[in-house]
Write a protein that binds this ligand. Sequence first.
Ligand code: PLP
Length: 365
Amino acid sequence: MQFIHLANEGVKSLSPYQAGKPIEELERELGISHIIKLASNENPFGFPESAKKAIVQHLDELTRYPDANGFTLKKVISEKFGVAMNQITLGNGSNDLLELFAHTFVSGKDEIIYSQYAFIVYPLVTQAINAVAREIPAKNWGHDLEGFLKAINDNTKLIYLANPNNPTGNFLTHQEIADFLAKVPPQVLVVLDEAYTEFTAENERVDAFALAKIYPNLIISRSLSKAYGLAGLRIGYAVSHPDVADLLNRVRQPFNCNALALTAAVAVMQDDEFVKKVAENNRLEMARYEAFCYAQGLEFIPSKGNFITIDFKRPAGAIYEALLREGVIVRPIAGYGMPNHLRISIGLPHENDRFFTALLKVLAK
Ligand SMILES: Cc1ncc(COP(=O)(O)O)c(C=O)c1O
């Protein structure tokens, strides 16, 4: 391959991120319609009306650059969570932020710690910047925080924790994270990636903002792609110590968040009814998935996110392909080292019914 010798050592062996299969692609390939996609943990209720209305009102302003500081959105986030505006950094999706943390703080021989089976962007980012990866073997598919603590050394710069984790749905409690932070040296930054936090029951959620008041090395990362339904617009936010936010904002591209995303985010972050409806559907439908799995003798990893990961106890690629032929797109996760599992995003009741019926048909063959 031409130019590969010019790439940094990490990039030379980097594989691109594998996204969920788009509906249009499957339509083209199989010539079928009525496809359902339960593959990318998107919001099954579609684009929120509140965001749609806000966007339409702002269309004429698209000739101008967006507000580089995202003032209005930061104000809404600040008031909603009781954090200062100078603690907030906005991202083009939280992916942008996850990368920004590493770009801002990690270089040379610095080490980044994350868990086996954790969100794949952590190893991708680490490799892309040619940093040293310390992947901690998982415990029951989740984070082994004792293992994390043992791996910390003088070169450790950043720790990624996904809570709930994708693709496993594992969850660390507030107390577990608080105990962990108390033992992490203050010069090591801990990223708490809470892309799915809105799907966790309110009384179980980690109070990350309270922890950030105690631990200035904690960075909270949130997404508007999941419960808020803005995946296609790309917007997320981070809350950190103001000095950390100041450094992040130096590295961030000036207009990394587009005007429509900012506008939609302002609307939907004030649309509590929408998020409540989404979380409630997820709670009820997750219970149906669990009941289905128990009834069919299928092992699954208990999940606090908007997806469930089923262990088929044999390579699941053929099941994935057969489900595609039934018009149901789910997510193979062999790339995570989990070839026997499939991850299914929780959909609307009728979509989940389609999945149950399709899976039974496929398994009966
Ligand atoms: C754990 C986790 N963090 C972050 C993201 C990034 O989401 P986005 O960039 O859409 O905010 C995802 C997306 O799937 C995720 O699963």
